[in-house]
Design a binder for this molecule. Structure first.
Ligand code: NAP
Length: 291
């Protein structure tokens, strides 16, 4: 429980609404900046602005997943304009106060006073692994929407055996797909075999893509090159999950007439409630560890 803890949430999206609900349920006092459009939708939430925060009582500040931009704006989906934070404003908080962000931004890396107290949630394995579940479900959604065949018995190739790659294997195998996975590490190829999927080495990839129906990329580097795209059947689908700009040569895929899509932000898109609960659970645990 977060009894006696005070938190200020600055900007955010639908995930943060559920996150605030959860934090209030855990007995935290939550102040929200940039949520004018919520009115009184969340019982116990204090809607406020940068000028009315009791800084000396605050134990944690929670920023949007995108952090603060170059000018200190916190992207918000529930107000006409995004709140703006200055370095000077961040000065008055207690020494133990934690600063949570999804990702690091240049603005945040220059905040020397929060140096060791900035928590990059999306860098953490626990957040990435929990988030891989709605990500895989969102991938299934895209696969169903953009194909005219079943996932059952389809040949699905996953590139990368990271946190998302592993969950994709279980999800697509669970739906009856024939799953093949490319990794550049021998131990991971062994793990793929143990998962009862087909391991693929780089030199085998092009050949194996000749029978692929759905190619899912999780590697944040240009891996799906023209030569790999040339190997794919014309009616195959490429879903690129890697962070922008992705890992697919989209120009060439278009030229070959292969449907290819970048699918960013799936947890927030398909399961904002779950994604919000993931954030709340991890923030709760970190605040208790630091109490
Ligand atoms: P991860 O655990 O770091 O996995 C990435 C994998 O790619 C690692 O196994 C890594 O292997 C491999 N890799 C990197 N560069 C490679 C290269 N040049 N050749 C071969 N393999 C390479 O990351 P993740 O959490 O699974 O996330 C994967 C990507 O999806 C990230 O870009 C992430 O931001 C994004 N993501 C997107 C969504 C969405 O909604 N679209 C949701 C979650 C995550 P090594 O260990 O060899 O480097």
């Amino acid at each position: 429980m977060l009894t006696g803890k005070s938190i200020v949430v600055i900007g955010g999206d639908a995930r943060h609404v559920e996150m605030m609900n959860q934090l209030i349920e855990k007995d935290a006092t939550v102040y929200a900046i940039g949520y004018e459009e919520l009115d009184d939708e969340i019982e116990g939430l204090f809607l406020t602005d940068v000028d009315h925060i009791p800084k000396e009582k605050i134990d944690a500040i929670i920023l949007p997943v995108t952090g603060l931009d170059q000018k200190g704006y916190a992207e918000g989906h529930f107000a006409e304009s995004s709140p703006q934070i200055t370095e000077e404003w961040l000065n008055g908080f207690p020494e133990h106060c934690l600063l949570f962000t999804g990702i690091m931004t240049p603005f945040l890396s220059e905040l020397s006073m929060f140096e060791n107290r900035i928590i990059k949630l999306f860098d953490r394995d626990d957040v990435a692994i929990y988030n891989s579940i709605p990500t895989a479900e969102g991938t299934v959604m895209f696969a169903i929407q953009h194909t005219d065949f079943t996932i059952h018995n389809a040949n699905v190739t996953v590139l990368g055996l990271g946190r998302v790659g592993k969950t994709l294997i279980h999800t697509f195998k669970g739906l009856g797909a024939n799953v093949s996975v490319y990794s550049r590490h021998d131990d991971e190829l062994a793990r793929i075999f143990e998962y009862q999927a087909t391991p693929i080495r780089y030199e085998e990839l092009e050949q194996s893509l000749r029978n692929c129906n759905i190619l899912i990329n999780t590697i944040p580097a240009l891996i799906v090159t023209p030569s790999l795209i040339s190997a794919l059947p014309k009616d195959s689908l490429i879903i690129d999950l890697a962070s922008k700009p992705g890992g697919v040569d989209f120009r060439f895929a278009k030229k070959r007439g292969i449907k290819a899509m970048l699918a960013p932000g799936l947890p927030g898109l398909v399961a904002s409630k779950t994604a919000g609960r993931i954030l709340a659970r991890v923030i709760h645990n970190i605040m208790l560890e630091n109490a």
